[in-house]
Design a protein. Structure first.
Length: 203
């Protein structure tokens, strides 16, 4: 009598977006430049091109991307001509922890016009945190309890997906709390959802 074959483990690859104009300015000055929904820098576009080559051989079935512009640009740059032709889903659960200007999004209708190849009609018009009064800098800071809930919810969401090879394009702080690792721009990291994240430094 043959034994049932256990289902194959899901491979999940987290990919941080390429360098943004916010990243470049903050690294040089230590200050928030006020770049709302920051775009990729020239260096960021070059990082995306390198990542596209490095990730071409992985047979991704699904790409899940944050709706922040730097993530959408990274997703388009890496996966628009990927040999596996994976489905692409824009998901708000793993948007960045909202604490800086670059983490404030733009309306879904605006994104739809700028990125017509992405489906965003399932997103609310305002999909980032915008409750209560804005802080002194002019934007809302997401409470840590809500952020932690999002990280846990996204982990459960990934566990429930039927695909077996998933790319997640997202952000530094969110990935740190999901994986325990700080990722450099366009760094890719395989994760095991069965393991609890162990915080560690770069490398």
């Amino acid at each position: 009598m043959s034994r049932p074959v256990p289902p194959a483990a899901t491979r999940i690859v987290c990919i941080r977006h390429g360098e943004s104009t916010f990243n470049a300015h903050h690294e040089a000055t230590g200050r928030d430049p006020g770049h709302i929904d920051a775009r990729l820098s020239e260096r960021g576009h070059a990082q995306v091109a390198a990542a596209r080559k490095a990730l071409r051989e992985i047979p991704f079935e699904l790409v899940v991307t944050s709706p922040l512009t730097r993530a959408l640009q990274t997703t388009a740059g890496i996966f628009s001509d990927h040999p596996a032709q994976p489905a692409v889903l824009v998901e708000v659960l793993h948007r960045e922890c909202q604490e800086s200007s670059c983490d404030i999004g733009r309306a879904a209708s605006v994104l739809a016009r700028e990125f017509p190849s992405f489906r965003v009609d399932h997103l609310p018009e305002t999909w980032w945190y915008a409750e209560g009064e804005a802080g002194p800098e002019g934007w809302h800071v997401e409470p840590r309890t809500l952020f932690d809930r999002r990280v846990a919810g996204f982990r459960d969401w990934l566990r429930a997906r039927p695909e077996r090879t998933i790319a997640v394009v997202g952000h530094c702080t969110f990935f740190y709390h999901l994986t325990g690792r700080w990722l450099a721009n366009c760094e890719a990291l395989d994760i095991d959802l069965a393991e609890e994240p162990r915080p560690r430094a770069y490398g």
